[in-house]
Ligand binder design. Sequence first.
Ligand code: PHE
Length: 365
Amino acid sequence: MPDRTTQSWAELNVASPDDLAGLFQALAAELAADVAAAGEEAALRAVRDRWLGRKSGRLARIRDQWLAAAPREWKPAVGQLYNALARQAESEFARAQARFAAVQAQAMIVEDAVDTTLPGRAQPAGPAHPVLRILDRITDVFVRLGYSVATGPEIETAYYNFEALNIPADHPARDDQDTIYLAGAGEELLLRTHTSPVQIRAMQAQEPPLRIVAPGRVYRHDAPDASHSPMFHQIEGLAVDRDLTLGDLKGTLDHFARELFGAAATTRFRPSYFPFTEPSAEMDVSCILCHGAGCRACKQTGWIEILGCGMIHPALYRAVGYDAARWSGFAFGMGVERVAMLYYGVDDLQRFYSGDLRFLEQFAT
Ligand code: PHE
């Protein structure tokens, strides 16, 4: 079909209103057919340019040539028909455009759809570190006995780490060898060398009766090797009440050993010395590997030392303002890595800090 909009008004040969109406009807049908034939967005854009293009689109030509050139008496009719055709064009394009958008949206929904029947992707779960697992187990034994959990700062003052614990200034534990001091601090600050300062903080914070365990990190000036680390974990225990005796201390810790290592575990207490307890003792547990027969882990003795303990020294009660005549109590402290090594049969402390997942994943259950 020749494009009639390229013809001039004179070439159209319009002789009657019917001629004019027929002409516009044909154009409207052509427009509708053009839009219907556009199978994709790019084609629709081309059709739109052909009809609605600003300068050389068909509607622009009708307006600029026919409407301009038509004699006065024809102008109103041409103008009306032109407007109707322009409105039809706008609405046809808008409808077609909306149709394409809907199809595209549908396609995106299908493409992005989640197949809910697929099995989920398993994320590896990070289990707790073996040292922390043991720390939790130890804590739980005492929590079941009615102890609560207390904490204290890892950066301590010399007062809490030493003085209040009856450790005089010339005690070997104060050697620079053992203690990591923080330079430049006005007060004498250090990294706590044990969890015992939490004893003082707990007693300052509350009145007896008192039963707490204090798990946490401690630091010492030690080179790392199979049994040493500059950072390790301890758990402290403290009980203050009326009439607590060495028998209560032994009974509590013996119960703890059987809860952690099994009913067959036995304990023994050897006299020892700590400035903050009197009397003081070290507790051994029957070797969990050879059950007392003698092996490498227990150096053929059948016993493994696991903690220090004793009855609270009266100097501590004085430091916190407790009446030493009224209250008695006991304390204990143990190295958690040591217990973890025994418990899991690991012979090199450094493996716990290696970050080697092949090693650490063995303790996942
Ligand atoms: N604080 C001591 C240590 O680090 C252990 C201990 C705690 C001993 C409580 C007696 C009472 O070796």
